[in-house]
Ligand binder design. Structure first.
Ligand code: SF4
Length: 361
């Protein structure tokens, strides 16, 4: 390491320890060259400063993928089927009812509702789906439709993104998931998902949703075509929008799962890279309250370690997961297992809603 590099890293450590905002260059220095244990220790200190209670939260919810038909063909995706493929499905209301009833029976309060970019479904389809869900289960929060889905619906319907968000919200949409962010660097997006939304458009959808008073989450999928420095550029995009709107409730990062995808030649990142990125995310995103563990891709044991490296939330229970499991990763945890993991690490488990407010089991 050269002297200037060493000084930059030392300065980044000092600022992180003092809970000061770190710059892009300092964030890159930490992620590229920081000591893993030191990063995790600093991130844990920051997390305890932001959340002094000895609590780790989680939510009981279910993933529901209403269709796998998609015309966007992301190279990292093993879930979609081309329109006309024999395995294409669109869930019926009856199937939706059954899945949500199972969620409610398990104490669930939310569904994560997402699907492929179906070429033919009009905005009225999504409105009716939401109206049906909220009519049957008014207590359930629908955390649904990624930014690229919203953009796709707007293009099929030939209306603005804002109008789509307003109409979906009026039909019962509660909050927006951060999916589709992947890596907010257009150089990378062109390689992994050339037909999908751009960085600016992803940001704009969330900005529009926040302006309408909706909250959303931000995500990052890494470990593919990006450089380590570009991971920090992604964090910077999230931090900038959060400075502007304050609308993100949480940040969730996970590593790319290459099996069964067109990008199968990429090597899966090791847990070490995940833990480093989680720690730097905690330090860099000083304006995003919550950082979720990704036990779905990392497994419960690594998620437990991350609870001492900046993470304060165990995400959600998993009754069904179709996207990551299609890429060969099949970790699953119910609420008892999540609570056991949290206690093992010396924290008290606490159920929450989408706004991170405590809910009783
Ligand atoms: S990630 Fe989403 S948009 Fe991309 S191919 Fe898969 S289902 Fe379609």
């Amino acid at each position: 390491m050269t002297d200037p590099d060493r000084r930059l890293l030392e300065r980044a450590y000092e600022k992180a320890a003092a809970h000061e905002r770190i710059s892009l260059d300092e964030g890159v220095a930490l992620l590229e060259r920081g000591d893993t244990h030191l990063l995790m220790g600093l991130a844990h200190k920051r997390r305890m400063h932001m959340h002094p209670d000895n609590v780790v939260t989680y939510i009981v919810e279910r993933n529901i993928n209403y269709t796998n038909s998609c015309v966007t063909f992301c190279r990292f995706c093993a879930f979609y089927r081309r329109p006309g493929h024999s395995e294409v499905y669109v869930l019926t209301n009856e199937q939706l009812r059954e899945k949500i009833q199972e969620t409610v029976d398990a104490g669930g309060i939310q569904i994560l509702l997402q699907g492929g970019h179906h070429p033919d479904l009009q905005l009225s389809f999504y409105e009716e789906m939401l109206q049906f869900i909220k009519g049957e289960f008014p207590q359930i929060n629908v955390h649904g439709f990624s930014a690229p889905e919203i953009e796709h619906i707007a293009s099929v319907e030939k209306v603005s993104v804002k109008e789509v968000i307003e109409r979906l919200r009026a039909a019962g949409l509660g909050t927006l998931p951060g999916a589709g962010g992947e890596m907010l660097v257009d150089r990378v997006r062109k390689i992994i998902a050339p037909l999908k939304t751009t960085t600016d458009n992803w940001i704009d959808v969330h900005r529009d949703a926040h302006a309408l008073g909706m909250r959303s989450t931000a995500t990052m999928m890494f470990g593919h075509a990006e450089t380590v420095a570009e991971r920090v550029v992604h964090l910077d995009e999230v931090r900038k929008l959060q400075d502007e709107t304050g609308g993100f409730t949480a940040f969730i990062l996970w590593t790319f799962q290459p099996d069964n995808t067109a990008m199968w030649r990429y090597t899966k990142l090791e847990s070490h890279a995940y833990l480093r990125a989680a720690a730097v995310s905690r330090l860099y995103l000083d304006n995003v309250e919550n950082l979720q563990a990704s036990w779905v891709t990392q497994g419960p044991r690594v998620a437990e370690i991350s609870l001492r490296g900046g993470v304060n939330d165990m995400g959600s229970t998993m009754m069904e997961e179709n996207v990551v499991s299609a890429a060969g990763t099949t970790f699953c945890m119910n609420s008892e297992q999540i609570e056991r993991s949290i206690r093992l690490c010396g924290f008290e488990p606490q159920r929450r809603n989408v706004l991170y407010e405590e809910v009783m089991a």
